[in-house]
Design a protein around this ligand. Structure first.
Ligand SMILES: Cc1ncc(COP(=O)(O)O)c(C=O)c1O
Length: 442
């Protein structure tokens, strides 16, 4: 083997892959050398259909020249400026463009670089907001079982997926967990399940038990994504909103996956008609081409932390930020991405494709191994009967799919589909056909 081939590098072993069983990977490496449209290509040129938009990142399809050229131009014009007491025009332009998409009132945009950072930023905004209003005792967060809010310590505290928490406590920020919303009664239901709005009352119970004066914010993914796509029960999110309002608790939607059209509207907040106080977003913000994330804050939060700050010359108004906040290349990528979404009406296209996608996905319910299917917009989750060890079969499924020419994410024994908005009905058929064929091998 040539010492410069990717395979040779792999065997040298310096690269420690995240969220990967590394020894298993080394024994059968899955490499992509290039991508175009809705396909990845392996180093030997085999096409693999991308049924996950990368990792929910790439709804406009891979390797869009408009984005690549915008980044290239930007790097030759202004490669870097700090955002600490300096900035650049594209950061302002992008913030305004994002604020045109967010729900009314959430028009202050704070940039960071990953979904995990957006979650930490939103947690700190919530703490700082209450403190500035003389309610510094509100330091506990409420989130949900089966939630995924990234991998930094705040997000791990909020997380409700056991493996993400187990090794890293104690000492995490204080967080209480509501029950998840995966109910037997809603099995094989597309869209929002009819049962389970009352699970929102867990928030009321936790607030009553611990005292509203201790609770800063309630974090939820409007559609829980990484755990296997759990759409909210009908009426659930509006009930959370009412409870938060009653007790002065901030409501945060983690839209790292659902942001930018995944549920048919720019944000799931609009799809479900519920406006939170903070929205976190990442992934599709640059169509996956540059690392970037953001928090959209309600203008009242900005007012409290910034406009009403007693000392206008102090950066202490919100003592937080990242070297790469609003990186010029990421801003250029995001602006080019938002142009594509608008010019190609991609959110509308995704909305139109959703019915067909869900219909085809749900056609797999006749397979014995399939125990549940869920989906909303262009997100779908399919559970398979676990083997002896939970997650073992899901992992094997993902590997067999790769060999059969389909890329998708699995979590435990759930397969997660999130096709790009440019996917054609034929390509949906092809994904479901490969999935059916591979599921039958178990
Ligand atoms: C809802 C949600 N929040 C946060 C994150 C973390 O994002 P990142 O991996 O960019 O840190 C993810 C990642 O999938 C996510 O789905």
């Amino acid at each position: 083997m040539n010492s410069h081939t990717p395979e040779a590098n792999l065997h040298r072993g310096a690269h420690w892959l995240p969220f990967t069983p590394n020894r298993d990977f080394a024994s059968s490496p899955k490499l992509f050398a290039r991508a175009s449209g809705v396909h990845f290509y392996t180093p030997d040129g085999r096409a693999v259909l991308d049924a996950s938009s990368g990792l929910f990142t790439t709804p406009a399809g891979h390797c869009r020249p408009e984005i690549a050229e915008a980044v290239h131009r930007q790097l030759l014009e202004l490669d870097f400026t700090s955002s600490f007491q300096r900035s650049h025009p594209k950061a302002f332009e992008l913030a305004d463009r994002i604020a045109e998409l967010t729900p009314d009132g959430l028009d202050r945009i704070f940039f960071c670089n990953s979904g995990s950072e957006a979650v930490e930023t939103a947690m700190k905004m919530a703490l700082a907001y209450h403190r500035a209003r003389g309610q510094g005792g509100r330091t506990t967060f409420v989130s949900r079982e089966r939630a995924y809010h990234g991998v930094n310590f705040g997000g791990v505290a909020l997380s409700g997926m056991v493996n993400n928490r187990r090794t890293f406590g104690p000492g995490l920020p204080s967080a209480l967990h509501m029950r998840h919303t995966h109910l037997d009664e809603n099995r094989f239901t597309p869209g929002e399940g009819a049962h389970g709005a009352d699970l929102a009352d867990d928030l009321e119970r936790l607030i009553q038990l611990h005292g509203a004066e201790t609770i800063a914010a309630c974090f939820v993914e409007p559609v829980a994504g990484s755990t296997g796509v759990l759409p909210p029960p009908q009426g659930y999110l509006s009930r959370l909103r009412q409870i938060c309002d009653r007790h002065g608790v901030l409501l945060v939607f983690d839209e790292v996956i659902t942001g930018f059209g995944r549920t048919g509207e720019p944000f799931a907040a609009q799809t479900f008609g519920v406006t939170p106080d903070l929205i976190t977003m990442a992934k599709a913000i640059t169509n996956g081409a540059q690392p970037m994330a953001a928090v959209a804050a309600h203008r009242d939060i900005f007012q409290t932390l910034v406009t009403d700050s007693p000392n206008p010359l102090s950066s202490n108004e919100f003592f937080h930020g990242y070297t790469w906040s609003a990186h010029p290349a990421a801003c250029a990528a995001a602006l080019a991405t938002l142009d594509i979404y608008r010019e190609e009406a991609l959110f509308e296209r995704g909305r139109q494709l959703s019915g067909y996608f869900l219909e085809q996905l749900f056609s797999l319910r006749d397979l014995d191994i399939v125990t549940d299917i869920r989906g909303l917009g262009l997100m779908g989750g399919l559970d398979i009967q676990p083997a002896r060890q939970p997650g073992e079969r899901g992992h094997e499924l993902q590997k067999r799919l790769f060999d059969a020419g389909l890329h998708l994410k699995t979590t435990g024994d759930s397969a997660i589909l999130a096709p790009a908005f440019i996917t054609t009905p034929d390509q949906i058929d092809q994904s479901v056909e490969i999935l059916r064929r591979v599921l039958k091998t178990f």
